[in-house]
Design a binder for this molecule. Structure first.
Ligand SMILES: Cc1cc2nc3c(=O)[nH]c(=O)nc-3n(C[C@H](O)[C@H](O)[C@H](O)COP(=O)(O)O)c2cc1C
Length: 238
């Protein structure tokens, strides 16, 4: 509930195009999101994907970027998506399903300085970062994109935008010639303008249509994700 209130607050304050009030019907929301296009550089799903593409799933989730205080059992939080009892987050869960279905590698983006364990404080910090354009420093985890042709890129909507850590990540990598397939989870804002933002950040990449899933629906959305993937015509033999 706390997350939804925060999401509605964020949505109202940022005047993003899709209001929380109109987003209570999961099916409608998801359908809208799937049909969203990426702007001028966007391709229809599947049109530019090579056979035998090597696939990577990159994602950012609060669950992997939260500072856990001593004695805090994050897995006990009702709002968290869990994976074998460990927090994985909404975006992390979708990332896991995509990786399973496409036999992809996964890469979780992590900041050097974790976000506060207190959710409201994390929401506030995220707002300050978006407003100030502050790009947090990322942990130096090895990643060589030359090994991959197709890269799913997932993130939660933070204040109508991508978390600023995503901007740090795009700064740190060269996506020229790659196909980027975005996915997003949110409390109702969906992608906002983030797909166009990715295309602007990576003008030499092909950014396809993606999928946005409401936070409330994530745990029941595995079939929807699988169906979406099968429509992308990815070659899944790796
Ligand atoms: C800092 C912060 C800002 C957020 N801003 C929005 C927002 O503007 N619109 C929205 O719909 N949801 C917003 N949310 C909710 C998240 O997008 C949503 O809960 C998402 O599914 C979380 O994914 P995760 O568990 O992978 O981090 C925000 C959450 C946080 C922590």
């Amino acid at each position: 509930m706390k997350k939804i209130i925060a999401a509605c607050m964020a949505t109202a304050l940022l005047a993003v195009t899709v209001g929380c009030g109109s987003q209570t019907t999961a099916g409608q929301n998801n359908t809208q999101a799937v049909q969203q296009t990426a702007g001028n550089g966007a391709e229809q799903p599947g049109t530019s994907l090579k056979k035998d593409s090597k696939i990577l799933v990159v994602y950012f989730s609060y669950a992997d970027n939260e500072k856990l205080s001593d004695g805090v059992d994050a897995s006990a939080r009702a709002s968290y998506q869990l994976d074998n009892g460990k927090p994985i987050g909404n975006t992390g869960l979708v990332a896991k399903w995509i990786a399973q279905e496409t036999k992809a590698d996964t890469y979780s983006i992590k900041t050097v300085n974790p976000y506060p364990n207190d959710y409201d404080a994390a929401v506030k910090q995220g707002k300050q970062e978006v407003e100030n354009g502050t790009k947090p420093e990322l942990q130096n985890q090895p990643l060589d994109l030359k090994d991959y042709d197709v890269i799913f890129v997932g993130y939660p909507n933070w204040w109508g935008d991508m978390p600023m850590a995503m901007y740090s990540f795009f700064d740190s990598q060269d996506f020229a010639g790659k196909t980027i397939i975005p996915f997003c989870t949110s409390g109702g804002s969906g992608f906002g303008n983030t797909v166009d933002a990715i295309q602007k950040l990576e003008p030499q990449a092909t950014v396809t249509q993606g999928i946005a899933i409401h936070a409330n629906d994530v745990k029941d959305s595995k079939n929807q994700v699988t169906q979406w993937l099968s429509g992308l015509n990815l070659n899944q033999s790796k």
